[in-house]
Design a protein around this ligand. Structure first.
Ligand code: PMV
Length: 346
């Protein structure tokens, strides 16, 4: 018996950052992100019946080539999914993936790839009659076990992960992400100019980064701040309040890097050009009043977010003032994708 499925899942960029985990990939604080439209991982999964053994059996090909290092991550994911997916041991799996974006440019490939694997595994479970519970919730749950932030890549637009309070209601779950639908129409089109400062591979993995939050002197304060920022940014998205949005998003980006800089083993991922560009963005905004702001992932590259109405002004700014400070003068233009993951009959 054999079968095949194909899924495409978006990467995402966090507005409120998940930083620090507990238990089995549970977040220390709630987070919320924007799913991108063009930056995606495309994955096909083929399964072929085999003699049952106690081992998982699979191959992973990235852009046509076998990738042994990434196989370890898939193995860890399969081990973590647990008994509800033990039927997988009856099959040999073949994952084939490719990304629509380059490596190490500040676009999280772990998020889009783990989300696409989880979707494929859930489709396989569904095809074989082993899926229980709502499809996307399950896929989000599984992708979380591969990479925490991946669980938000299961939805288009805005997605939150973790328990939080908003409008006096307790919402969200630490186990899986949920879509945020209460978004003002002024925020319906957000563009993301990804300014590539340095594309060398990350010096510190996010696993190490998260672990440095254990015993971090500011852990409690960070959790309180993230919860407050979560409420503020959701309010801003709901009301169409750009100023609050901008303040929270920039505060979160700088907080993420500050937490890295003052952990017991400190590390600095920003480069001099990162600071220079932040200053340029702030001056440009002061001068023109453009509705744009920056955020950062765990790396030196900037995401310059803006409303669609500012597109031409911001592109001109990038071309004229930022380009000369970018690695090979390169940036990537993306935007928030409303559609979320895409399935195709294989
Ligand atoms: O999902 P991970 O373990 O790669 O962690 C991602 C953490 C950040 O990208 C820095 C923040 C986030 O919420 O996406």
């Amino acid at each position: 018996m054999t079968g095949q499925v194909y899924w495409e899942a978006p990467s995402n960029i966090a507005l409120v950052k998940y930083w620090g985990k507990k238990g089995l990939q549970l977040p220390c604080n709630p987070s919320v992100s924007l799913s991108l439209s063009l930056s995606k991982t495309q994955t096909s999964l083929k399964w072929v019946k085999k003699e049952r053994t106690d081992e998982f059996s699979f191959d992973f090909f990235f852009e046509g080539e076998k990738k042994y290092l990434f196989e370890k991550k898939i193995e860890a994911l399969l081990e973590r999914i647990g008994p509800s997916f033990s039927f997988v041991k009856d099959y040999h799996l073949e994952f084939r993936s490719s990304n629509t974006f380059p490596h190490s440019v500040g676009i999280a490939s772990s998020a889009s790839s783990m989300a696409s694997f989880a979707l494929c595994l859930c489709s396989m479970a569904k095809a074989l009659g082993h899926l229980d519970g709502p499809f996307y919730e399950k896929a989000s749950f599984i992708s979380r076990l591969g990479s925490g932030s991946a669980c938000r890549s299961l939805y288009g637009g805005v997605a939150s992960w973790g328990e939080f309070s908003w409008q006096e209601k307790k919402l969200g779950s630490d186990l899986f992400a949920t879509p945020v639908s209460k978004v003002h129409e002024d925020f319906s089109e957000i563009l993301d100019f990804i300014l590539i400062v340095d594309s060398s591979p990350k010096a510190v993995s996010s696993t190490v980064g998260h672990s440095l939050m254990n015993g971090h002197p500011f852990l409690e304060a960070r959790i309180t701040q993230a919860n407050k920022n979560m409420e503020s940014v959701l309010d801003a998205l709901y009301k169409g309040d750009w100023e609050t949005f901008q303040n929270v998003v920039e505060n979160e980006a700088l907080t993420l890097h500050s937490l890295m800089m003052n952990s017991v083993t400190p590390f600095i991922l920003m480069k001099p050009q990162t600071f220079l560009l932040i200053e340029k963005i702030q001056n440009f905004r002061k001068k023109t009043g453009a509705k744009c702001c920056f955020t950062l992932d765990a790396g030196p590259n900037l995401h310059l977010l803006c409303l669609k109405s500012e597109e031409n002004l911001v592109r001109k700014f990038v071309q004229e003032e930022c380009k000369k400070h970018l690695e090979n003068g390169r940036w990537i233009e993306d935007k928030v994708g409303k559609d979320g993951p895409k399935f195709e009959e294989a």
